[in-house]
Design a protein around this ligand. Structure first.
Ligand code: UD1
Ligand code: UDP
Length: 353
């Protein structure tokens, strides 16, 4: 089969790495990078660390408002699909690249497979929630990472083509854990295992508002831990604009974004993780690191139900309390599959032929 995979943002390179590896054993994959993420540290380093084949097309859409970015993607993806004429299109997750890929393909009557289908935060102020709902409703094959995702789709009347396959991010984490353990980033940064909290923050609701970003940063300052914080470019821009990145004490270590293997290495040795990222909540869970989620809700309810994730919001006192006192009490379940989600996805895709 001839499959076009559409990626564009950091988490999609990671997810596509798992599927691409299996897909290319028997089928032809044409990889399209929309250019949504373009800094070397947000794009190239993932292709290198995960040995992802270089994109066949880079649409170089870049940053912009939602409408401009998604609109440009639609136009350019349609051109590629019209010329390649694939048997199916794969989209990943919930970014603007997911929405544009799904919409362009389905309007051309090309079957769409959505990897990480069915996730819901039930918060429609998040751009991701809108992207997911639309992508799910126009997809022909919905590859769900968890039973919760399957249930969400059923509640919306989406039943046909829904498959519980497990989480491709679990596949990737398992495949690369050993390589990550060999990375020396922890010692290179002068850190000791379990001697720091790893933080990431990038949700618009958390970083585009000065007060909320300030509240989160204050918690990092007050928690009496070393906080290692690889900073997403959206966050970097706002920290500078809000004047929040000056005069920070040594205990808060702002870093440039790191590559996937360094990131996993930082997760594995962390005392706790504090994050608003979807992927990072799961990685903490995979490696048994307590997670403090800086949001009011999560799509990854299994991590909470199993007792490994405290969803605390963005108030300074709540974050400080969780960083100091949250300790997991449950055993981990097998909610994210068996590490072979990609194989199941490719098999189901091939059933379209
Ligand atoms: C996007 C996704 C989000 C995902 C995140 C992963 C949407 C709506 N959002 O958010 O779901 O969790 O990626 O990281 O698709 N920028 C750079 N260099 C880059 C990329 C971005 O400087 O390589 C800056 C630009 O100022 C840009 C801003 O970051 O305006 C935001 O980038 P964008 O891709 O629009 O959204 P993210 O916040 O990255
Ligand atoms: N990540 C990374 N380097 C970093 C921060 C994150 O490699 O500096 C990885 C990490 O594995 C995470 C993934 O990028 O799971 C997804 O990134 P992000 O948090 O930006 O997106 P989300 O999962 O929230 O959509």
């Amino acid at each position: 089969m001839k499959i076009v995979s559409i990626v564009g943002a950091r988490p999609q390179f990671i997810k596509a790495a798992a599927v691409s590896r299996v897909l290319r054993r028997r089928d032809t994959e044409i990889l399209v990078h929309t250019g949504q993420h373009y800094d070397e540290s947000m794009s190239d380093v993932f292709f290198q660390a995960l040995e992802i084949p270089l994109p066949d097309y880079n649409l170089e859409v870049g940053s912009g408002s939602h409408a401009r970015q998604t609109g440009e993607m639609l136009v350019r993806i349609e051109e590629v699909l019209a010329s390649v004429r694939p048997d199916a299109v794969l989209v990943y997750g919930d970014t603007n690249s997911t929405l544009a890929g799904g919409l362009a393909a389905s309007k051309l009557h090309i079957p769409v497979g959505h990897v990480e289908a069915g996730l819901r935060s039930f918060n429609r102020t998040m751009p991701e929630e809108l992207n997911r709902v639309v992508a799910d409703h126009l997809s022909n094959l919905l590859f769900c990472p968890t039973q919760t995702a399957v249930d969400n789709l059923h509640r919306e009347g989406v039943v046909k083509g829904v498959h519980l396959v497990g989480d491709v991010m679990y596949d990737v984490a398992l495949t690369h854990a050993q390589q990550a353990r060999k990375r020396d980033i922890v010692s290179r940064l002068g850190l000791t295992p379990q001697g720091y909290v790893l933080a990431t923050v990038h949700r618009p609701a958390n970083v585009d508002d000065r007060e909320t970003l300030g509240s989160i940063l204050k918690a990092f300052l007050e928690c009496e831990e070393i906080v290692v914080f690889p900073v997403h470019p959206r966050t970097r821009k706002n920290l500078t604009q809000f004047n929040l990145d000056r005069g920070l004490p040594k205990s808060v270590r702002l870093l440039e974004p790191v590559d996937y293997l360094d990131f996993l290495a930082l997760v594995i040795s962390a005392k706790k993780v504090a994050t608003d990222s979807g992927g990072v909540q799961k990685e903490a869970y995979f490696f048994g690191i307590p997670c403090v989620t800086l949001r009011d809700e999560t799509e990854w309810m299994e991590t909470v139900e199993d007792g490994w994730n405290a969803v605390v919001g963005t108030q300074t006192a709540d974050i400080v309390d969780a960083i100091r006192n949250f300790n997991p009490h449950g055993t981990k379940s097998k909610s994210f599959g068996d590490g072979h989600a990609a194989e199941k996805i490719v098999k189901l895709l091939e059933s379209l032929a």
